[in-house]
Design a binder for this molecule. Structure first.
Ligand SMILES: [Zn+2]
Length: 211
């Protein structure tokens, strides 16, 4: 798996918008590639930036992109093998275009407009987790801060509903200090979530945070 195959997916990766198998593919590459990890770190601010988008601006789109705009932008973003300023900017644009014009504009608006949610902290051994859940995008938005994990390992977040069903909420690479802050999303009603579980890359529970 080369960098050029991974870089175009990084935007969607930090947004938690990749299909599980693509997410695994990207996470696997990130473990072994410092360049792409640096790129991921740059993009990590993207969900927060998109949350600043004013929903009113989305409900009355003033520009209509040509059908091949995204293809051209992502092709341009994929061209150089390693990070440059302009490519990073293109990546941000590409990721934003996916969100704004990929049929999920309504989800972004809801996401941006979400109200303050429920925040809980939990720990188990050295691992600590603080999660905030709220309604957004037709499901549950989960902001998570973790610390005390194995450095540069993989972790997953799962939302558990009242009937014990697990809903995948995101999968990320832990930073060199064993921590990280991410925004995940699960396809389950926020009111139905009774617990958020942090798992390692193999799906073994590390910390359970009852809401
Ligand atoms: Zn790479």
């Amino acid at each position: 798996m080369s960098c050029t195959a991974v870089v175009p997916d990084l935007g969607a990766y930090v947004l938690g918008a990749l299909a599980p198998e693509d997410r695994r593919r990207v996470a696997e590459h990130l473990r072994g590639c410092a360049d792409c990890r640096a790129e991921e770190a740059e993009l990590a601010a993207l969900p927060g930036l998109l949350a600043l988008v004013d929903p009113a601006d989305l409900s009355t789109p003033s520009i209509v992109p040509s059908p091949d705009l995204f293809d051209r932008v992502s092709a341009a973003a994929a061209r150089p093998a390693h990070p440059t300023r302009s490519r990073r900017r293109l990546l941000l644009v590409a990721a934003a275009l996916v969100l704004l014009f990929g049929g999920v504009a309504a989800g972004v608006a809801t996401w941006a407009a979400r109200e303050d949610g429920t925040t809980v902290s939990a720990s188990a051994g050295a691992a600590e987790i603080t999660v905030t859940t709220s309604s957004g995008g037709g499901g549950t938005v989960i902001d998570v801060d973790v610390a005390g994990l194995a450095p540069s390992g993989e972790c997953r977040l799962v939302a558990v509903d009242g009937e014990g069903r697990e809903h995948a909420a995101g999968e990320w690479t832990v930073d060199e200090r064993g921590g990280g802050s991410w925004r995940g999303w699960a396809d389950v009603d926020a009111d139905a979530v009774i617990m958020v579980v942090l798992q390692d890359g193999e799906g073994t529970p590390l910390v359970r945070a009852p809401l």
